[in-house]
Ligand binder design. Structure first.
Ligand code: MG
Ligand code: MG
Length: 630
């Protein structure tokens, strides 16, 4: 199948769109009528631009309100089609895209509609053109692909075929079984869109909420499984109407689009057990086993204060890099790398972002396979400068230009600490922090779907429905991604983005000069004991108002003395059907980064119930109450 994309998916003028589409590796495109009409050049010039970019124009769509009209409107519609044939021929396309009629004048009846298509088909045949018919979910008389197929079948013209659009089928919850019975050569085009499950009218849902495969809730691999059964081998074309994409970067959305189709074809191959024509299987996706380490970029002047904070948090300085200004800090199963070297990736990252997380390292079953998969998915691999005998840990570019390192059990990668670091012999200083519970990344609202797709296509991962969290400065959308947590530590990620410029998440992006890790949650089995240590060591924790605890008394099952203990230490509480959750926050470092301490007792969430209280407490600290010296 040939990956394709409609120009309506992305931002910009027609030329910019076509350039972005070609740069993303597409070789086929659907031109949306409005983009052509708004273009100052002739259709022949658009055809030349496409030829120069190596793009084949599949169609210029749509052609509306054709079928079921009474005379003389019917004759007029046939004449309109001839003008559209002229245009398509100028564009070197042979496919007229007819969507089902919305016209109040149109009459129904499969036989009547089939007669109209038979006549249109015979006119098209004289000019070497084909006709494709798509059932819109809100079509006046045809809103179901099975009816559209019946019209096409009864038209009895080889050059009249069906157009399938996954949105119109999945939005109406139509049975996919009939697709399997349609001969693949009678399907002239397949349009692909995903969408979140929303309770709204299909037209608004379609116009604003379509998204790329893997970003929404539709079972597109099931749709593709049915499609593969037909033997279809034509274009697989993205048709996405999405407000975020219209506001986002054309090149980024086009590349995400191509990535999503590669991911989808691979999912379809796995689901159906059939090869996808013209598509090679991807290296397998695997779950993340654990966060291997987190690397902070710190400059020389900030290093002492940052390392002092790590000491207060109970980390021991376990290693010193053999050739660089890099130290390794450990507590429980947590490894933190502090990089203040004057050269290399971390240094340039620090110059832009200040003290920050410049890389996260993830433990996967096979790092080589994961990099091969990333490359096939159009991600950007990274290789850094390494000294003699040091490890070059494979990496891929992540959010905001940060790195995602990939480590596995092979001797060369699993021994990264021993190979690159000299042990200091520093004694254990644990205050009970054992593991990384979750990592929270803040980004522009328009970027959220990009990074959702990045993680869920690269790893075997699950996403939970996006949640809205209220910040005093506006609403923050929060998207959870989890990988490998059923089998062990795994990876828990929270992606945050907001359209308001006044939320904590948005201010972080401004202060940080880009998207990045805003907080890391560290897990303890006894949060009260850990917090007592932190308070005694002078780590500034976020104060929580008395009202929160008064409210906790009225709504929770906790004994009063427990609530008193939480209040003393500024600990928040939540529970779900699986268990309880206690969490507390440090105040922010300069730039807005902070830490969370969590005690998770079977609980599956992230304390969203407390997010409003936490965000209000953080916003009261107008300029972040900077931890001494940072
Ligand atoms: Mg469509
Ligand atoms: Mg958190």
């Amino acid at each position: 199948m040939k990956p394709s994309i409609a120009t309506v998916c992305i931002s910009g003028n027609l030329t910019e769109k076509l350039e972005a589409i070609a740069a993303a590796g597409f070789r086929a495109v659907e031109i949306f009528e409005n983009d052509l009409i708004a273009h100052p050049g002739s259709p022949a010039e658009v055809r030349r631009i496409c030829e120069d970019l190596g793009l084949k124009i599949i169609t210029c769509q749509p052609f509306r309100d054709f079928e079921g009209l009474p005379e003389p409107r019917r004759q007029h519609a046939l004449d309109r089609a001839e003008r559209k044939f002229d245009l398509l021929q100028e564009l070197d396309s042979d496919l007229l895209f007819v969507c089902s009629s919305l016209s109040p004048e149109a009459q129904g009846g499969i036989g009547r509609l089939a007669t109209d298509f038979a006549e249109l088909g015979s006119r098209a045949a004289k000019r070497g053109m084909r006709i494709g018919y798509e059932a819109l979910a809100w079509g006046r008389h045809v809103s179901d692909y099975r009816d559209a197929w019946e019209v096409v079948r009864r038209a009895e013209c080889d050059n009249v075929g069906l157009i399938l659009d996954s949105f119109h089928i999945e939005a109406r919850g139509l049975d996919l079984g009939t697709i399997r019975n349609i001969p693949g050569d009678r399907i002239f085009l397949v349009q692909i869109a995903d969408a979140p499950r929303l309770q709204m009218d299909p037209l608004s849902w379609s116009r604003h909420w379509r998204c790329l495969p893997g970003q929404g809730d539709f079972d597109l691999p099931a749709f593709m499984d049915a499609l593969l059964a037909t033997g279809y081998d034509g274009p697989l074309s993205l048709e996405i109407f999405n407000d975020r994409f219209r506001a986002g970067s054309a090149r980024s959305v086009a590349r995400d689009g191509h990535r999503s189709l590669i991911w989808l074809m691979d999912e379809a191959r796995k689901r159906s057990g059939r090869p996808v024509p013209g598509f090679d299987a991807l290296p397998a996706a695997a779950p993340v086993r654990a966060v291997e380490f987190i690397e902070f970029a710190v400059d020389e002047s900030g290093r002492a204060a940052f390392e002092n904070l790590l000491g207060q948090l109970g980390f021991a300085r376990a290693g010193q890099h053999r050739s660089k200004e890099v130290s390794l800090w450990r507590q429980g199963r947590i490894s933190i790398v502090v990089n203040s070297d004057k050269e290399g990736f971390a240094h340039s990252y620090q110059i832009t972002h200040g003290t920050s997380v410049c890389a996260i390292a993830l433990h996967v079953p096979d790092a080589r396979v994961a990099i091969a998969r990333a490359t096939a998915l159009l991600d950007t691999p990274h290789s850094g400068a390494v000294g003699p005998g040091e490890i070059d840990i494979p990496a891929v570019r992540g959010l905001g230009g940060s790195l995602v390192y990939l480590v596995d059990d092979t001797p060369s990668l699993s021994r990264w600490a021993e190979i690159d670091f000299l042990p200091t012999g520093a004694p254990d200083q644990s205050i009970g922090l054992e593991a990384i519970d979750h990592i929270s990344q803040s980004m522009q609202y328009e970027e959220m779907l990009t990074w959702l797709l990045f993680y869920t296509s690269l790893f075997s991962a699950q996403k939970t429905p996006s949640q809205a969290v209220v910040d005093p400065g506006g609403v923050v959308q929060s998207q959870v991604i989890e990988s490998g947590i059923a089998d062990g530590e795994g990876l828990r990620l929270v992606l945050n983005g907001s359209q308001s410029h006044r939320t904590l998440s948005a201010r972080f992006i401004t202060d940080f000069f880009g998207s990045g890790v805003q907080h890391i949650a560290l897990a303890t089995r006894d949060i009260r004991a850990t917090l007592r240590h932190l308070v005694a060591r002078g780590v500034p924790m976020l104060p929580i108002p008395q009202n929160y605890y008064d409210d906790l008394e009225t709504r929770s099952d906790l004994p009063t003395e427990d609530i008193e203990a939480l209040k003393t230490l500024g600990i928040l509480y939540d529970r779900d059907e699986k268990g309880s959750f206690f969490h507390a926050y440090t105040v922010a470092l300069e730039g807005g980064f902070f830490l969370e301490i969590v005690e998770r007792n079977g609980y599956a969430g992230y304390g969203a119930a407390n997010a409003g209280v936490r965000l209000a407490a953080q916003s009261r600290i107008a300029t972040p109450d900077v931890i001494e010296g940072l």
